[in-house]
Design a protein around this ligand. Structure first.
Ligand SMILES: Cc1ncc(COP(=O)(O)O)c(C=O)c1O
Length: 396
């Protein structure tokens, strides 16, 4: 039913809804491979608690005051140093804006660049939260398929020839949400060359880059950029805790001025308490060691899921084997609808939750694929859930 006076772009979506999936994921007898949650055992809870206490004790009443829109310089410096380590990018603290998770940074990009019907490129499939954010700005989407080595550059070229006024290309190049695929170096270079030729921005959204379990790091797109075309987004959500709601955006200085205006209009400033607690945590703890420990846990879980998929899935189902991140991607025979299957036999007989492909494509056209998360469930749940899912998929 329509909501009184709601804007057209916010009328309720009548298709499959994430909220329904989340409700299913929370039911006790269901095993959830649905949401992209970290494993709670890897949260450095005690160290974070200590960091909050210390930050409040050190700062006194001032921590409860209004502060800068950009976020504290000491934390921005530490993020710049992490960006050098993990992204090979030399950025100054002035180029970093703290945001309410990477999600807000994505929304700020939409706000900064999009008028109604402006053309943008997204990967197909892509991070559904980015689609939700961009939808508010009513763009015209162009979808580029994702191959085993990242977005299909030949397809992107075709789009650009037909629509040379693309405002930006949004990509998750490292262990993509949702496919788990990483973009090759050659494709990163080709994408940058096209950004030069057609004058568009590349939005490099990379919250999973820190989580590599096998293979070698591929240079970040931002580190290869020589003309300020890349806007880099990342976050503490997947490596420390999503509840901190702390992400960031890194861009050239001219863009930073624009993004600061936007951030100020959105919510005035980030939470000084969270940011100074994170700053304290990073001063007292070795983040690289912590990330290595997280990697060890997730590497095993990824291997467990791949093992049981290899053992139990029928031959008519394909899946990706990611080198890192949170997800892998299953492709069912083309005639199948993963959403209908989920609401039918998968939930009813297998009691398993996943995210169907339909809501992860801007076009909403591809229905026979699905995303599985392997970081949240226990090894035992991965085994049981995959066996139960495979049983249903054998019969399709
Ligand atoms: C690709 C991608 N970008 C951004 C986000 C947003 O995360 P957060 O706002 O918690 O930093 C996520 C979360 O799942 C994601 O997968």
């Amino acid at each position: 039913m329509a909501i009184l006076n709601a804007s057209k772009r916010h009328q309720p979506n009548t298709g499959l809804k994430m909220t329904d999936l989340f409700a299913q994921a929370n039911q006790a007898n269901n095993i959830s491979f649905g949401m992209g949650l970290p494993d709670e055992t890897v949260f450095p809870s005690a160290a974070l608690q200590k960091a909050f206490t210390q930050a409040i004790a050190q700062e006194g009443a001032d921590i409860f005051q209004y502060h800068s829109t950009q976020g504290p310089a000491s934390l921005r410096q530490k993020i710049a140093a992490m960006t050098k380590t993990y992204f090979g990018l030399t950025a100054s603290a002035e180029q970093v804006i703290l945001t309410q998770g990477g999600q807000q940074a994505i929304d700020m990009v939409g706000r900064a660049f999009l008028d109604k019907n402006d053309h943008i490129v997204v990967e197909g499939p892509t991070y559904m939260g980015a689609l939700e954010a961009f939808d508010s700005y009513e763009p015209t989407y162009h979808e580029v398929p994702v191959n085993d080595d990242g977005m299909d550059i030949a397809h992107l070229k075709q789009i650009l020839r037909q629509f040379p006024d693309i405002k930006f290309v949004y990509t998750v190049p490292d262990f993509q949400n949702p496919t788990g695929v990483t973009m090759s170096l050659a494709k990163r270079k080709a994408l940058l060359a096209l950004a030069e030729e057609y004058d568009f921005y590349i939005i490099e959204d990379s919250p999973y880059r820190y989580l590599r379990y096998t293979g070698d790091m591929v240079p970040s797109i931002a580190s290869l950029d020589t003309s300020g075309k890349v806007i880099l987004i990342s976050s503490f959500s997947k490596i420390l805790s999503p509840a901190l709601r702390t992400g960031w955006l890194i861009a050239n200085k001219q863009l930073i001025a624009l993004f600061l205006d936007i951030k100020s209009a959105l919510d005035v400033q980030p939470s000084q308490i969270s940011l100074l607690a994170i700053d304290q945590f990073l001063a007292e703890n070795n983040i690289d060691e912590h990330i290595r420990a997280v990697n060890a846990v997730y590497k095993d879980k990824c291997a467990t899921m791949v093992h049981y998929l290899e053992t139990y899935l029928p031959a008519h189902v394909q899946f990706t084997k990611p080198e890192g991140g949170f997800f892998l991607w299953l492709s069912l025979p083309e005639a199948q609808d993963a959403g209908k299957l989920l609401l039918g036999p998968v939930l009813q007989e297998a009691n398993v939750v996943y995210v169907p492909s339909e809501i992860q494509y801007a076009s909403r056209q591809i229905k026979n694929q699905l995303r599985l998360n392997f970081t949240y469930p226990s090894h035992e749940d991965i085994k049981d859930g995959i066996m139960r899912l495979a049983q249903v998929l054998k019969s399709i």
